[in-house]
Structures are given as C-alpha cells and as structure tokens.
Write a protein that binds this ligand. Structure first.
Ligand code: SME
Length: 162
C-alpha cells in the first residue's frame, strides 16, 4: 500500500470527524472507511475492554466491525493476538498468522493481522483489529494509519468522558 493512499485516507478521516456526534458513530465510520478504502483490510473491527466485574475477568467485547461475522465476540486478555495487544498496551503486527501460536482464527482466508490498542488517559480501553487475506499486508504506513485511527477514537472517548 502506498503512503499516498494512507495519506488520502487520513484526510478523509479529518473530514469525517466534522460530522461526528458520538464515539460509537466515530468507531462505525472508521471501520467503514478503512474497510472500503483499504483494499487489503478484509476485516476491520473494534473490541472494547469490559472491566473486571463481580469476579468475572476483564474481557474484550466485539464492537463496530465490517467483514464476515467472527466466532470471537468475547476474548479474554490472555488469549489471541487481540489479548496480547490489549494486555501489553502495544501494537501487534503479525505477518503470517499461521506461524503465531497466539492466533485465534476468524476466517480461513486470513493471512496477516494488526491490532492497535485504544487508550484513554493512558489506559487501554479497547483496540482496533484488522485482518488481511494477504500475507504481511501491514507495512509501516499502514501501522501509522491504524494507530492514527485508534488515537482519534481514544481522544474522542476521552473528551466525551471528561
Ligand atoms: N485473530 C484475533 C481474533 C479476532 S478475529 O480476527 C476477528 C486474535 O487472534 O486475537
């Protein structure tokens, strides 16, 4: 993916931000834009962190997404690439999911994946997960774009919970 394309999508995101009235709307629009404009982003979705409640462990819960329905609607923090990104508080890029033991399969076609945490006041509150049918689909410019999207959502959530 060329840097020019990711720059174009970032500008589209800026425009989109003008009409946003809620964080949920922002997350829906972000997944729609990335899924539509970035041809190798075959599944795009947010998982939001449900904190520990009444002895139940914290859980990543599927939120807005575009792509085929996934069997993984609730993921514990000690499972999957999703769990690793949320518990480590760091972006995880996997070029070949078949070689990563943490990987929880969503589609047989998935070859590579990126998961970027969303932060509010320095704490992980969720993450943006993207799967590709292409191996090593997520280059530096993709990582930058996805981190930019996750940061926009984090800022919006932070403002709305101020
Ligand atoms: N592959 C993820 C699970 C979520 S699906 O990709 C939508 C993981 O390993 O955590």
């Amino acid at each position: 993916m060329t840097a020019t394309k990711t720059e174009e999508v970032k500008k589209e995101l800026d425009q989109l931000l003008q009409g946003i009235t809620s964080s949920n709307q922002l997350m829906s629009e972000v997944v729609e834009l990335l899924h539509e404009r970035m041809l190798k982003y075959n599944w795009v979705g947010f998982y939001m962190l449900e904190p520990e409640t009444r002895g139940q462990p914290p859980m990543l819960v599927l939120g807005a997404f575009q792509g085929a329905m996934t069997p993984h609607t609730r993921i514990p923090l000690n499972q999957g690439i999703c769990g690793a990104a949320a518990s480590g508080g760091k972006t995880v890029v996997v070029d070949d999911v078949s070689k990563d033991e943490r990987y929880l399969a969503c589609s047989l076609e998935t070859k590579s994946e990126i998961v970027v945490p969303v932060f509010v006041r320095g704490k992980v509150v969720g993450e943006l997960d993207i799967d590709s049918h292409f191996p090593a689909a997520f280059k530096d410019e993709d990582r930058e774009l996805v981190e930019h999207c996750a940061a926009l959502v984090g800022q919006h959530l932070e403002k709305s919970s101020a």
